[in-house]
Design a protein around this ligand. Structure first.
Ligand code: NAD
Length: 245
């Protein structure tokens, strides 16, 4: 039980990596506040030990503040919510860029602003984990202009928070997955004229010759949340089946 006595807040925990990570954190003994904008996705947490599931739209700054205010303690924040926009710089609109910045970056900024004062007041440090992607400042990918731009910003945000609060024992790291088999990836595949070819193209991005399962990402989040990672901060962790070798 590596996370006994820790309380964690996870955004976008309704499906995909957020859900896999919330379950893994809870299995290690953390008290997990699993949140998602889609309340219907939270039904799956019924009866799961150590999980309190509740709706939260991370685009609502006040709602984030209200959830954090309810929490008796906060040791871990996993900012997982995000969205993949497809298209080049010439195809992106202002509205799309604004929406992606709000969901992929500003919501993380709001959540960090909400939890940091509480972490500082507790005086026992904390771990903030931000969902980025290999797509961004690590690697440019075709048709991911808006996505890559926002996910690169997440890495800058992460390093900045890490630098400012390192002396307080608050660590901040970014997660940079390659392609992961989640409901939204399946949607991106299905949106293609030839879904079979689209899946093959996603698989081909990883030299390992496959797409990750969300459960393969969760152990890194557990590690970063735990006291095994007390010397780790300001890092962008690629977990990508060799995509960036
Ligand atoms: P997903 O995209 O299938 O699910 C996303 C979840 O986010 C859904 O449950 C949805 O309801 C929730 N959500 C959407 N808007 C929200 C909001 N405003 N407030 C709260 N929750 C909201 O899951 P995924 O593919 O695991 O993606 C999770 C994160 O991982 C995203 O930030 C994504 O960019 C990132 N990522 C995904 C991949 C991949 O290949 N799947 C790779 C790298 C990074």
């Amino acid at each position: 039980m590596r996370l006994k006595n820790k309380t964690a807040l996870v955004t976008a925990a309704g499906q995909g990596m957020g859900r896999a990570c919330a379950l893994a954190l809870a299995a290690e003994g953390a008290q997990v506040w699993a949140t998602d904008v889609k309340a219907s996705l939270l039904a799956g947490y019924e009866g799961v030990a150590n999980v309190r599931a509740l709706p939260l739209d991370v685009l609502d700054k006040d709602a984030i503040q209200r959830v954090v205010a309810q929490m008796p303690a906060i040791d871990v924040l996993f900012n997982c919510a995000g969205y993949v926009h497809g298209g080049t710089v010439l195809q992106a609109t202002d509205d799309e860029l604004n929406f992606a910045f709000n969901l992929n970056v500003r919501a993380q900024f709001w959540a960090i602003q909400a939890v940091l004062p509480k972490m500082l007041a507790q005086g026992r440090g904390g771990s903030i984990i931000n969902m980025a992607s290999v797509c961004g400042s690590i690697k440019g990918l075709p048709n991911r202009f808006v996505y890559g731009t926002t996910k690169a910003a997440v890495i800058g945000l992460t390093k900045s928070v890490a630098a400012d609060y390192v002396a307080d024992g608050i660590r901040c790291n970014a997660l940079c997955p390659g392609t992961v088999d989640t409901p939204s990836l399946q949607d991106r595949i299905n949106a293609n004229a030839d879904p079979e070819a689209a899946r093959k193209a996603f698989v081909a991005r990883q030299p390992m010759g496959r797409i990750a399962q969300a459960e393969e990402i969760a152990p890194l989040v557990v590690f970063l949340a735990s006291d095994e990672a007390t010397f780790v901060t300001g890092q962008a962790y690629a977990i990508d089946g060799g995509m960036t070798i």
